[in-house]
Design a protein around this ligand. Structure first.
Ligand code: A3P
Ligand code: MG
Ligand code: MG
Length: 378
């Protein structure tokens, strides 16, 4: 039985309070066949510069440039430059969907899919969808998604939970350095020009981003979403985006079968969800030792990741992830009925509980900016 059939729907009853609608997240409820997922196609892109300013171009796209495979393996010092050559993005700035909305505003006249396609679509960040995909297996971090319907389109924008905010503000120094190391790895693996060489002497500025904008469909839910792309492989066999894109990741070096098992169960799920959604075919991992050096690389094809947990009782299942996401999108579509950019349905989830909903108007939860609503209303 698919979980979608198990949604509690509030039905009017005489003199009885309506039970608030909620959506369960237990993996067992979503273990049907893999749902339809349209091959994601790139509709456009944009870049964010060192000051986090939007540009409707690809200048921030970097080119995959792995070290030569002859001789010894890599020896990347991921701590090099920390903290003096680090310009971290200001995480207090709540961007919401703004950059994606700017792209959408500038391209709304020439979207494929025919007239009315956008009105039936869901617009969000890929990262929000990644969180939905991993929800049935997540035991640590909850999430909140704000939803507004405007001109038919359902917009989903994540809200930082109070717990996540508290954790971020109290982030231990070692975790801050670990975050830097993930970006530093990208610098060792990417060049600014196709065929160029990486330059690890520069600064690491996490304001800079290249974002692909894609169209897909999950079940009967048309999707328009954007996701950050680490780099493109100039030598990719299929040069067409998103299949030329490469996702870069770092992870702790593993020394025992137990460590590998845990990596497959937890980390590979997140890597799979993130790259599968956008259609990125390969994730290149750099394994760092206790001194923070990457001495080995391994490529994980996205479509082969599930094989590592297929026969694992405590593993994850792509069908469960996608069926839950489809069920959530149906739940959201059915809950957010009123078309009003100032009205917000806030979907909240904590591990071990179902997804619940609360309703809000205007600040602080409304997230569709007046410049967007105004321009779209012209
Ligand atoms: P890792 O590759 O080591 O995870 P992404 O992999 O999505 O391109 O993100 C690049 C880096 O951003 C990550 O490197 C990590 O350092 C940092 N990062 C991304 N998401 C994070 C999160 N939720 N918490 C902490 N750091 C994060
Ligand atoms: Mg990235
Ligand atoms: Mg990455």
């Amino acid at each position: 039985k698919r979980g979608a059939g198990k949604i509690e729907v509030a039905e009017p009853r005489n003199k009885l309070p309506c039970p608030a609608p909620s959506l369960p997240t237990d993996p067992a409820l979503y273990s049907g066949p893999f749902p339809f997922y349209r091959r994601p196609s790139q509709m456009g892109y944009f870049s964010l510069d060192a000051q986090r300013q939007y540009h409707g171009d690809a200048h921030a796209l970097r080119y995959y440039s792995p070290p030569p495979t002859n001789g010894q393996g890599p020896n990347f010092d991921l701590r090099d430059g920390y903290p003096h050559r680090y310009q971290p993005r200001d995480e207090e700035v709540r961007e919401g969907l703004d950059h994606l909305l700017r792209w959408l505003l500038e391209h709304r006249g020439r979207l494929e899919g025919g007239p009315g396609w956008l009105a039936g679509a869901i617009v969000t960040w890929r990262g929000h969808l990644t969180k939905l995909l991993t929800t049935p297996y997540e035991r640590q971090e909850g999430w909140q998604l704000a939803a507004s319907r405007f001109q038919g389109t359902l917009y989903l924008s994540e809200v930082e939970t109070p717990a996540a905010r508290a954790q971020r503000l109290a982030r231990p120094p070692l975790l801050r350095e670990l975050m830097y190391m993930g970006y530093k790895f990208e610098q060792y693996m990417c060049a600014d020009k196709p065929g160029g060489s990486p330059d690890p002497s520069g600064e690491v500025n996490t304001n800079v981003a290249f974002c692909s904008v894609l169209r897909s469909r999950l079940g009967n839910h048309p999707l328009l979403f954007s996701g950050e792309v680490d780099c493109t492989d100039p030598q990719a066999l299929s040069p067409q985006p998103p299949t030329c894109y490469v996702e870069l990741k770092t992870s702790k070096e593993m020394h025992s079968p137990g460590q590998w098992r845990s990596f497959y169960r937890h980390k590979l799920l997140k890597w799979w969800a993130q790259s599968f959604l956008l259609g990125v075919p390969n994730v290149v991992a750099g394994f760092r030792n206790s001194e923070g050096f990457v001495c080995s690389l391994k490529t994980f094809p996205t479509m082969q990741m599930f094989e590592h947990v297929r026969n694992d009782r405590d593993g994850w299942n792509p069908s469960v992830c996608m069926n839950f996401c489809a069920a959530f999108l149906s739940f959201a579509q059915n809950t957010v009925v009123q078309d009003d950019p100032r009205l917000v349905h806030l979907f909240s989830w904590e591990p071990g509980s179902p997804v619940t909903v609360s309703v809000h108007r205007d600040a602080p939860h409304a997230f569709l900016p007046t410049w967007y609503v105004g321009a779209m209303t012209q």
